[in-house]
Ligand binder design. Structure first.
Ligand SMILES: [Cu+2]
Length: 300
């Protein structure tokens, strides 16, 4: 006969299994495509668990167990694409920040057969945290059911991986606590873009896990500033150098990131922050939800 505690443990496990999220659908032309059709199926497609090791190759596309291939869809440079969020609930409910990177498959290599290794990734979009000098910190990505962003108009034609990454920071005050929710889509970018994307980083390699935006206590003391992990957003600068290697573009031509449409940390919050609320037995907003060794609430 099952004891009550065993039943509760099972219920807790079920809640834990459904308590995170994935990015299964690419959004193209304003329409959601089929789950895992153009997005490489991630290892967590069922358990929804985050990746927490920034040194593993799975910090790139989190797809080692699933063979990591998908179909490739054509998208125009300058158009808006996106990812849906799937989970329970199906939104980015953890407090955290978001990055989107792209990487161009080498000429002659089909992106579906490419592992994305090397210093090939440039950032095209981000949603950072908003601080006001220590009174509040807010996370505009929180609650999004989908994430949309433009492919920079100057992106050269070719096959690319698009990597979305939500870094949940609710248990990030110790090393390895930040939770990375990741997925990679395969696209064929069309158009006549002639920019030189950069700065370029590698996965793993882009993060050590010790960055002030990854190893951070977002609760106390309230951070006075927030530094978004990763390189600056590339907004489409053209080097005009005619480089055919594009391995290490000059950083000087890509430093302008202020024109991105993403919310940046300079926005001053004018609303007063409501105290965390709780629903039922779930955890309070921004409170811990899951994580290794966590035995408390896993929903909210
Ligand atoms: Cu979670």
């Amino acid at each position: 006969m099952k004891s009550l505690s065993a039943i509760l443990a099972l219920a807790s496990l079920a809640a834990r299994v459904s308590a995170h999220y994935t990015f299964p659908q690419l959004i193209v032309g304003g329409a959601n495509t089929t789950a895992w059709q153009y997005v490489r199926e991630t290892n967590n497609w069922q358990d929804l668990n985050p990746q927490t090791d920034v040194t593993t190759t799975d910090i790139m596309c989190y797809d080692s167990a699933m063979s990591g291939t998908a179909s490739t869809i054509s998208v125009a440079a300058g158009s808006t694409v996106g990812f849906t969020v799937d989970g329970n609930p199906s939104n980015l409910y953890h407090p955290g920040v978001l990055n989107v990177y792209m990487a161009k498959a080498p000429t002659g290599t089909d992106v579906s057969a490419w592992d994305g290794s090397g210093d090939v990734w440039f950032k095209v979009y981000q949603i950072s945290a908003v601080t006001d000098g220590g009174s509040t910190i807010t996370f505009p990505a929180t609650g999004l059911a989908e994430v949309t962003f433009p492919i920079p108009a100057q992106t050269p034609a070719g096959q690319y991986l698009i990597r979305v990454e939500h870094i949940a920071l609710h248990v990030a005050s110790s090393y390895g606590g930040a939770q990375f929710y990741i997925a990679c889509a395969q696209v064929q970018v069309t158009g006549s873009g002639s920019g030189t994307p950069g700065p370029l980083v590698a996965f793993p390699g882009a993060y050590t896990g010790n960055e002030p935006g990854i190893l951070i206590d977002i609760y106390y003391p309230i951070p006075t500033t927030y530094i978004q992990p990763g390189p600056a957003v590339w907004t489409g600068g053209s080097s005009g150098s005619g480089s055919t290697t594009a391995v290490s573009p000059p950083v000087t031509t890509t430093a302008k990131s202020s024109s991105t449409s993403a919310p940046i940390t300079t926005v001053k919050s004018t609303t007063t922050t409501a105290p965390p609320t709780s629903t039922g037995t779930g955890a309070a907003e921004f409170a811990q939800c899951g994580g290794q060794g966590w035995t408390g609430a896993t929903t909210w």
